[in-house]
Design a protein around this ligand. Structure first.
Ligand SMILES: [Zn+2]
Length: 196
């Protein structure tokens, strides 16, 4: 009961946040996932023949949880189910935000293309690996991570995601969620830096 009431308050705050962000593009930009950050968000230079089969999601678009493409269908079923349950609870609480994803499962080929971009950007593999994980080191490649599109949904999950085991993993990535605790458990402390 307490958790539910708390969630209602949170939902109200989410709505307020969404309304205030709608009128303030600067604040919205600060919360939104940066475009072109290695490991996150398709950059303009990203092509290399990546397709839906790599989990590629074009810049500026996001997918609902019932999408029939590999970025969603190859997610860990438990992660997808937890997100769907959270989405249902949000709707029941009157929160109009939707959980859609800008990144979900990625192929190793996709992850390696992100790494190659980082090598170009940072000048060496030694430096790039500080910013982008390789292959199955990435939770996205294992299907164990999603990046959320909507600021209101991020806010909801940051506050209440632990009810379904969903946790923000990196302090600097408000959009990146993984199953990191049992439902109703306590999320582990966030890492200071994300290398999704
Ligand atoms: Zn991520």
């Amino acid at each position: 009961m307490h958790a539910h009431r708390t969630r209602l308050i949170g939902a109200a705050l989410s709505v307020l946040l969404a309304v205030s962000l709608a009128g303030c593009s600067a604040a919205s930009g600060a919360l939104a996932k940066p475009v072109g950050v290695p490991g996150h968000g398709p950059g303009a230079e990203r092509s290399g023949g990546l397709t839906d089969d790599d989990g590629y999601i074009p810049e500026g678009s996001s997918l609902p949880l019932d999408s029939d493409v590999p970025a969603v269908t190859r997610l860990d079923p438990a992660l997808r189910a937890a997100l769907t349950s959270a989405q249902t609870a949000m709707a029941q609480d009157g929160d109009s935000a939707d959980i859609t994803i800008t990144d979900g499962w990625r192929s190793e080929r996709y992850q390696e293309s992100l790494f190659a971009q980082a090598v170009t950007k940072y000048g060496s593999e030694e430096e790039a690996v500080k910013w982008v994980k390789r292959g199955r080191d990435s939770a996205h490649v294992r299907g164990e991570a999603v990046d959320i599109a909507d600021a209101g949904a991020m806010d909801f999950l940051n506050r209440f995601g632990n009810e379904w085991g969903l946790c923000q993993v990196y302090a600097n990535e408000a959009w990146h969620f993984e199953l990191r605790t049992a439902p109703g458990g306590v999320c582990p402390a966030q890492s200071p830096d994300g290398r999704g």
